[in-house]
Design a protein around this ligand. Structure first.
Ligand code: FAD
Ligand code: EPU
Length: 342
């Protein structure tokens, strides 16, 4: 158990795995999977480890997916991209813009691999992958059958898709199909993009602008270990929202799909977690939704305990029970967050 995952997870947690393999082709991936499963070892596929919290050493095989390839086809109105799952997401965004294929600019600088992007329907700055995803190709590593999920089949929702759910977690995503309209329309609906002038805006300008604000607002995991937002933003009923607004009139919110979307960062901020340092764990000074492994020497359990403290404090103050966005991994695989957040 001396294969370190420290540089393979963005929380920079010092945990080990029984075996780590960097995989560049699908055949090898399936071979290894079968070999280890036959010996009853747990197996886990990782992209860049930017959405996982390891609580302990992992007693099995960790496959680091680096299956690469970007293939472009065009129709009259669309660019169609078929991208293998081990490509880096941000590099793909840069590649498309360089090749005058536009649309992904709002999703610049999101860490991780292309194959992980549909799993939680990555989103930022008013855009999400569901807007561009035509299909997701998966393999069942047990019977080696490949299956295609079209956009509708993926059941994309806010930070959610079918791939996060029980009977679908068994699939390994091998490639993602994206369709990008040739007629580009800027997406400036997010509150901090609204001021950008629609007339002389270009995809490159939006890309640069978003990279700049992300660098200012989001901590670099190489400096402070983190996995982006630890919790999702809560969606609550209009009735509950209106009641809360009577007590907390300054609470930011947006109306979405007949619900009120609250800012988890704001709720956490109101509980003064910026002042709280627990075993080297705190929240980022510019964004309370991001939990930091500040000195890169805390453990996964320290981070989990800090997150549970946030969960209970916010819950008691606002009667809002936050739901983790990140995936929690223990010795034998992913565990249900409801064990800790209930
Ligand atoms: P990993 O962490 O490697 O894996 C995540 C989960 O997916 C694990 O359960 C893993 O087993 C599974 N998995 C990985 N690859 C596969 C595969 N090929 N097939 C099946 N299962 C697989 N997210 C956003 O949506 N918006 C943001 O703005 C955003 N900002 C972030 C900023 C920072 C600084 C960080 C650290 C994270 C941020 N995130 C954001 C979260 C993260 O970038 C995304 O969740 C990303 O898609 C994770 O990719 P990954 O390759 O690192 O996944
Ligand atoms: N806010 C605060 N305090 C904070 C953080 C936020 O008051 O500490 C309030 C402010 O009112 C701010 C509003 O929340 O105006 C929105 O903040 P921000 O634009 O930073 O977005 P967010 O809702 O906190 C979400 C995503 C991010 C994504 C950004 C930009 C989730 C869980 N998080 O954060 O995604 O980058 O929007 O679109 O939806 C991630 O998923 O890992 C992630 C970083």
């Amino acid at each position: 158990m001396n294969n370190s995952l420290k540089i393979l997870n963005t929380f920079n947690l010092q945990v080990n795995a029984y075996k780590i393999s960097i995989i560049k082709d699908l055949q090898k991936l399936c071979q290894l999977w079968t070999k280890y499963k036959k010996k009853y070892y747990p197996c886990l596929v990782l992209g860049e480890g930017s959405n996982v919290l390891f609580l302990n050493n992992f007693y099995g095989l960790v496959i680091i997916n680096r299956i690469k390839g970007i293939y472009i086809k065009e129709s009259k109105k669309y660019w169609n991209l078929h991208v293998n799952s081990g490509e880096n997401w941000h590099k793909l965004v840069k590649f498309t813009i360089k090749n005058k294929i536009y649309g992904l600019e709002n999703l610049a600088l999101i860490p991780g691999c292309v194959g992980s992007a549909p799993i939680q329907n990555i989103g930022a700055y008013g855009s999400s992958i569901k807007d561009f995803c035509k299909y997701v190709d998966v393999i069942d590593p047990i019977n080696k059958k490949i299956k295609r999920f079209n956009n509708q089949d993926c059941q994309f929702k806010y930070r959610d898709s079918i791939f996060k759910h029980k009977n679908y977690k068994k699939y390994i995503i091998i490639s993602v199909g994206l369709f990008l309209p040739k007629k580009w329309v800027p997406n400036l609906k997010y509150y901090c993009l609204k001021h950008l002038k629609i007339f002389n805006i270009t995809p490159q300008k939006i890309f640069n602008y978003i990279c700049n604000i992300r660098k200012k607002k989001i901590p670099n995991p190489k400096i402070y270990g983190n996995a982006g937002s630890f919790f999702k933003n809560p969606y609550i009923s209009l009735q509950k929202g209106l009641k809360l607004l009577q007590t907390f009139p300054n609470m930011p919110y947006t109306l979405k799909d007949n619900c009120i979307k609250l800012s988890a960062g704001w709720l956490i901020n109101q509980c003064h977690f910026k002042k709280y340092l627990y075993k080297g764990v705190t929240v980022y000074s510019k964004q309370s939704l991001i939990i930091l492994n500040k000195f890169n020497n805390s453990s996964g359990m320290d981070i989990l305990n800090f997150a549970i403290k946030i969960y209970n404090t916010v819950g008691k103050k606002f009667n809002i029970w936050l739901v983790p966005e990140i995936r929690i991994i223990d010795n034998y695989g992913e565990i249900n967050p409801l064990i800790y957040f209930k």
